[in-house]
Each structure stands twice: as C-alpha cells, then as structure tokens.
Design a protein around this ligand. Structure first.
Ligand SMILES: CC(C)(COP(=O)(O)OP(=O)(O)OC[C@H]1O[C@@H](n2cnc3c(N)ncnc32)[C@H](O)[C@@H]1OP(=O)(O)O)[C@@H](O)C(=O)NCCC(=O)NCCS
Length: 176
C-alpha cells in the first residue's frame, strides 16, 4: 500500500476568472439536471434525484459556476459502511469548459472538505476514456495507488440494458 501523500487542493487552479466552486443548494437542482442531460454518455436521473443530491448530499457534491452559468457538477457520497471513502457518482463538465482541470478540481474540493477521507471510488464503463484519464491522473497527482476491477456486469446486474461498470479505487491519500 502506498504511503499517504499530503497535497493541497487549492493549488489545482486552472483559469479562475469568474469561476465559483461551491457546495450546491436545492435551487441548483434543475440547472444540474440540464447540465447532465447535455453531458453524454451520463445516465440521466430524475430531477427529484438531482434535488436530493443538491440538498441532502450537498456536503459531498460540488458545483462550478462561471458568470452565473453552471458549467460543472460532481455528485457523490460516503458509503455508510466506508466512512473513509468518497464514492464519485457522476461528474459532468460542459463541453466548453473541458480540459481545464475542472473535474479534478471539484473532486479535490470535496475530499478537502472531509479530512477523514483516504480513498476515492467510482465505477466507469470500459470505453469512457476521459473518465479513466481523470481518475488515473488523480491517483498520480495524489501520489497513491490506482486499482480497478469488474463491479456491475452487463448481463448479471444490468440485464443487458447497460454496459458493464468497472470499479476504480484510489488511495490512501491525505488532502490538506
Ligand atoms: C469526464 C469529464 C468530467 C472530464 O472533465 P474535465 O474537466 O475536462 O477533466 P479534467 O480537465 O479535470 O481532466 C482530467 C484528466 O483527464 C484527461 N482528459 C480529460 N478529457 C479527456 C478525454 N476526452 N480523453 C482523454 N483524456 C482526457 C485530462 O487530460 C487530464 O489528464 P491529466 O491527469 O494527465 O492532466 C468530462 O469530459 C465530461 O463531462 N464528460 C461527459 C460526462 C462523463 O463521461 N462523465 C464521467 C463519467 S461519471
């Protein structure tokens, strides 16, 4: 197991002009819903689900706004049985804001709010190159291990309706 390496999430700054990174509120729910609808191949959840993410799970979600427009959203939670783990549910960055480090910055913003978190987990479909690059690069930045293994199978869990999802695990790490 790699030793935890302290990093400072505030140093992860791309072009910051007019960029606001914050926890979401219920009033953001419908804008988050619209952003996700425009970020294929993400699964769309109900607007009600996004409202719950933005309110009950606001401590483990992040929203990025520029000039009043929602350009990024990251949802997640700490699984009840794994309080030292942050599970990333979805990451969405609007097309025009991609490649600026925003997804990684939202992720590190959330883990920096939770000092007990030492691992990040998520699931990714095999063909989502941007996602694999995001999580592998994050492990590298944190100077820690990256592991992946099959989790939800196309036939066994999705009954053929969705591609298989591979679990990824990053850690241990410590964010200042
Ligand atoms: C995946 C997504 C959130 C990445 O957002 P982003 O803000 O552009 O990502 P970042 O700028 O933080 O990039 C993180 C790393 O991924 C790499 N990356 C980003 N997009 C990439 C792409 N399309 N192909 C290959 N690598 C990519 C970056 O080069 C960077 O690598 P580094 O660690 O070597 O620096 C964004 O492309 C998106 O919203 N896609 C559609 C929805 C989706 O697939 N979400 C993920 C599944 S939950």
């Amino acid at each position: 197991m790699a030793q935890a390496k302290p990093i400072d999430s505030r140093k992860e700054s791309p072009a910051d002009d007019g960029l606001v990174l914050r926890a979401p509120t219920a009033e953001d729910g419908y804008r988050v819903h619209d952003l996700i609808a425009n970020c294929k191949p993400l699964d769309e959840n109900s607007l009600y689900c996004n409202l719950l993410q933005c309110s009950d799970f606001q401590d483990t979600c992040a929203i990025a706004e520029k000039d009043g427009e929602v350009i990024g959203f990251l949802s997640g939670y700490c699984p009840p049985k794994k309080p030292d783990t942050f599970f990333v549910w979805q990451v969405a960055v609007s097309e025009k804001a991609r490649g600026l480090g925003l997804a990684r910055r939202m992720m590190l913003d959330i883990v920096s709010r939770h000092k007990d978190v030492k691992f990040i987990e998520a699931t990714i479909t095999e063909d989502n190159e941007a996602s694999w690059a995001l999580f592998k690069g994050t492990a590298k930045k944190l100077g820690t291990e990256f592991q992946s293994f099959p989790r939800f199978d196309r036939e066994r869990h999705f009954n053929g309706r969705h591609d298989s999802e591979f679990a990824i695990k990053i850690g241990p790490f410590a964010v200042q």
